[in-house]
Write a protein that binds this ligand. Structure first.
Ligand code: SF4
Length: 328
């Protein structure tokens, strides 16, 4: 049955380009990452969602400061519709003047919420000192919300080298700058995209039976495949729930129509995920010839591996290809 999607959150992945090549990145972003949205595309998406009960619009990537002019224009276009958040790795905060200049430009366009990645994955590429410079610059400019996001291997409390490194980094960051008014969020890196290839999940997770798992769609997407309240739009127009799970392509079909005519039962992958969970996808993949007997860390790992095998069979539903392959 058609269920019009009521959007609380819109995530615009402005670019796959990034200064870093983090091993946990579900979008496989990186240097020379290519595709970036155009201003007119973003304008079109925002026009399509103008009547939605939006509570936030997230601009991210890849690294959105690599396309700074586009980012500033998008902040200005999005700010009249909902509070805007920008998610960054902070590479651009090389010194206080540069950081203030960059953040002041976005603030003038309507931004007052900046979110920095800090963890073992990102700090393999970005000096921690830059995050401190960025936080202090945002504070001096009067940003309403300054936040830090830690991605973890397994739960944030789990004891493994990545999480220990992240805890050390946060302690060091507290020495470099004042974190008293900084919101700190933590969550697991999901075994999707590059993370499934490169993170040593097997060393730190007890291998789990996926039989009874359900799709744990993230809260920011609404937590329920049958009634999502958020979507991610990729460069190239693909409208995703989870990375690589497509509702349609907004270059081929108006976004307003994709949202208004959402029908989980008519979507061969979402229907199966909603009814049977990731094990249903494994059975579908096996019917198509999937014969891997590797273990799965959790339902998302199973879901992703099954989807990676299935995507040639479902090009309209498992797209873009980017989460499934490093470069195509
Ligand atoms: S990887 Fe699959 S099971 Fe996990 S949140 Fe995404 S769609 Fe759901």
């Amino acid at each position: 049955m058609t269920e019009s999607i009521k959007l609380k959150g819109l995530d615009l992945l402005l670019t796959y380009e990034c200064t870093s090549r983090c091993i946990h990145c579900c979008y496989r972003a990186g240097p020379g990452g290519g595709e970036t949205m155009s201003v007119s595309e973003v304008e079109g998406y925002l026009t399509a969602v103008a009547g939605q009960p939006l509570e936030w619009i997230l601009l991210f990537g890849g690294e959105p400061f690599t396309c700074y002019d586009l980012l500033r224009e998008c902040v200005a276009l999005a700010a009249p519709l909902a509070p805007v958040l920008v998610f960054t790795n902070g590479y651009w905060a090389t010194d206080p003047d540069t950081a203030r200049h960059r953040l002041a430009g976005l603030q003038a366009a309507g931004l007052d919420y900046i979110l920095f990645s800090v963890d073992a994955f990102h700090q393999a590429h970005v000096p921690l000192e830059r995050i401190a410079v960025g936080i202090e610059a945002a504070r001096q400019l009067g940003y309403r919300t300054i936040a830090v996001d830690n991605r973890c291997l397994s739960t944030p409390e789990a004891d493994n080298p990545f999480n220990r490194r992240t805890r050390e980094l946060m302690a060091r960051l507290a020495e470099l700058c004042d974190l008293s008014d900084v919101d700190v969020g933590r969550g697991p890196a999901r075994p999707v995209g590059r993370a499934a290839d490169e993170l040593p999940f097997r060393d730190f997770y007890a291998s789990a039976s996926p039989r009874s798992t359900e799709c744990p769609l993230p809260d920011y997407l609404g937590g329920d495949l049958r009634a999502p309240t958020g979507v991610e739009i990729h460069p190239g127009g693909w409208v995703n729930l989870c990375a690589g799970l497509a509702l349609g392509n907004a270059r081929q079909r108006p976004l307003s129509e994709i949202l208004a005519e959402y029908d989980p039962d008519a979507h061969p992958i979402i229907r199966l995920l909603a009814q049977e969970g990731p094990p249903g996808l494994l059975r579908l993949a096996q019917r198509h010839g999937y014969a891997s007997d590797e273990g799965y860390m959790d339902g998302c790992h199973l879901c992703y591996q099954a989807r990676r095998f299935l995507y040639p069979h479902y090009p309209d539903h498992l797209a873009p290809l980017r989460p499934y392959h490093e470069r195509l």
